[in-house]
Structure formats: structure tokens, C-alpha cells
Ligand binder design. Structure first.
Ligand SMILES: C[S@@+](CC[C@H](N)C(=O)[O-])C[C@H]1O[C@@H](n2cnc3c(N)ncnc32)[C@H](O)[C@@H]1O
Length: 288
């Protein structure tokens, strides 16, 4: 007999972690899956939550975002097999299990209410540590040993922070971790500005939802955003340690946008400044 499903009572930004979980699990169940993520499937099945009612049909973009981050972390581990990955706002990400090389050390950082849920489904292992700490609190930085190489992954978090908070966090990482790589996703301002009231994201999530719109789940407003070109300019100006900034294109997915437009034309001006982006930053080992 299968285990009874457990309710997850999260609100506000912490509740948003259920959207990417649902999308990865749904993608992983497909015969033509672009991501293999059996852990997300079993966690989503163990949670009693109205995924489809709240989020609509699963969206490929969130599974592709995880594929993008996985690829860069695997690349990092290929040259830094004993490296450390710090995942800020890790939610119920199962990335450690998707990229594990048997040696990587993983520090998951998230808010206490989220960590209470994460620890239940993804408890600590000998190489993975779950830390209750805001990404904005420098205390997590003291837990990091960057000696074997360091990759800081910030997936699905910065857009929920205030503009000053997001830049202060990026700057602090540059200052504290010379030689590290850092990856985050962002949306251009024209998209984030629409998230007060009925947003394009709400419309996107309405796909496949039944019932009236007004009493349905809404994502919290996205507070920070920047386009590819803006990020490039501001990151280089942000700190002398920033030595390389790369717009990491999405891998090919399905459908017109994700199979053709994004992978082949997503890097062209002005398209790159109108779409969500994944940005990889390298900090110089010895900044001058
Ligand atoms: C959209 S979810 C992303 C979860 C995960 N990274 C993923 O992609 O599946 C946003 C996450 O950010 C976390 N979060 C929000 N504010 C935070 C903060 N100040 N410090 C650390 N985590 C935070 C939430 O608890 C949640 O887990």
C-alpha cells in the first residue's frame, strides 16, 4: 500500500518552490523527458498539494532551467571533482542527485520554514548539508570551504529579492569568494514589472486551469529583474573580481519557442534582452 500524502503548508515565496518541483517531476515522467529526476517524481507524489489547480499545466521552461544549471555544475565538477556547490534558495531542488560525481560537497541554503520541509524529503547526507539561513545573511558564507573549487547556484531566487538586496548578495559573493563561479537566472524588467496584479505569469499558469481566475493561486510579485545586456554591464561594474560573464543559452526543448526560437535565435539582439536568462559569472582568483 502506498504512503499517505502529506500536506505542505508554505506561503508566499517559499510556496513557489512547488512550481519547479512539479514541472521537473512532470517532465521526468514523459517518455521523451529532457530531464531525468525520479526523486522529484517521488517527492511530488508524496505531497498533498493542488499542483495542477494552482500552477496549471507543467511548463517546460522550468525543467529546461534545471537542465541548464545541471550542465554548468557538471562542467564545473569535471574540472573541480572535489568542489563545493552552494545552492541558495534550494527549495526542494534534487539537483545534488542529478549531478553527483560521488565527491562533490553540497550546501543547501534556504529559509527555516522551507528547510523544515526540505529536511523531511531530502535529509542531510555525508556530503549534503541543509542550512537554515537567509541567503542575505552572511552566516552561510562562513560555512563554505572553497578550497576544492566553489560553484554558487542561485536558481529561482533573485527575482523575489529587492533590487538592492540582489545586487548586495552578488557583490558580497564576488568579494568573499575569489576564483568561484556563480550562476543565477533573471528576467528582464519588462517582464517582472508585470507581476503586480494580473501578470503574464498568471496567464501562463492559467493554461489548463479550471474554474474562475480570480480565486486562484497567484505567484508573489517578482521584485528584481535585468536583461542580458544590462546584467553584463552591471556585473562588470559591480566588483573588480568579475572577470567573465556568460549568457548561458537554453538547450533545445519542445514546441516552436523552446525547440527552435530560443536555442537558435535567443542570443541575438534584441531577443536576448526580452527573454528570461541564465547568467554564469566567474570571479578572478586574484582580483586586482
Ligand atoms: C522559486 S523557489 C526555487 C527553489 C529551487 N531553487 C528550485 O529551482 O526548484 C524560491 C526559493 O527561494 C527561497 N527563498 C526565498 N527567500 C529566501 C532567502 N532570503 N534566502 C534563502 N532562500 C530564500 C524559498 O524558500 C524557495 O525555496
Amino acid at each position: 500500500m502506498s504512503e499517505p500524502r502529506t500536506r505542505v503548508d508554505l506561503e508566499g515565496v517559499p510556496e513557489t518552490l512547488l512550481w519547479p518541483l512539479y514541472c521537473r517531476a512532470a517532465e521526468s515522467r514523459r517518455p521523451d523527458a529532457l530531464i531525468e529526476d525520479p526523486k522529484s517524481v517521488s517527492i511530488a507524489e508524496a505531497i498533498d498539494y493542488p499542483f495542477e489547480e494552482n500552477f496549471g499545466r507543467p511548463h517546460i521552461a522550468l525543467a529546461l532551467r534545471a537542465v541548464c544549471f545541471d550542465a554548468q555544475i557538471k562542467k564545473f565538477l569535471a574540472t573541480n571533482p572535489d568542489g563545493t556547490v552552494v545552492a541558495l534558495g534550494d527549495g526542494l531542488e534534487t539537483q545534488f542527485w542529478r549531478v553527483d560525481n560521488g565527491r562533490v560537497r553540497w550546501l543547501s541554503v534556504d529559509l527555516e520554514e522551507t528547510m523544515q520541509v526540505r529536511r523531511k524529503y531530502l535529509p542531510d547526507t555525508d556530503r549534503l548539508h541543509n542550512l537554515s539561513c537567509s541567503a542575505l545573511d552572511e552566516a552561510w558564507m562562513d560555512e563554505v570551504d572553497p578550497a576544492g573549487g566553489l560553484f554558487i547556484s542561485i536558481q529561482g531566487l533573485l527575482m523575489y529579492l529587492g533590487e538592492d538586496e540582489a545586487w548586495a548578495l552578488l557583490r558580497k559573493c564576488a568579494e568573499r569568494f575569489p576564483g568561484a563561479s556563480l550562476m543565477f537566472d533573471a528576467m528582464p524588467g519588462w517582464l517582472t514589472r508585470q507581476t503586480s496584479g494580473r501578470s503574464w505569469l498568471d496567464v501562463l499558469m492559467m493554461r489548463g486551469r479550471k474554474g474562475k481566475r480570480d480565486d486562484k493561486y497567484r505567484l508573489p510579485p517578482l521584485r528584481w529583474g535585468a536583461s542580458v545586456d544590462e546584467l553584463r554591464k552591471r556585473l562588470f561594474a559591480m566588483h573588480p573580481a568579475v572577470e567573465e560573464v556568460q549568457d548561458v543559452g537554453y538547450p533545445p526543448g519542445r514546441g516552436l519557442t523552446f525547440r527552435y526560437l530560443n536555442p537558435y535565435m535567443g542570443g541575438a539582439f534584441p531577443i536576448r534582452n526580452l527573454r528570461p536568462n541564465n547568467t554564469l559569472v566567474h570571479f578572478a582568483p586574484n582580483p586586482t
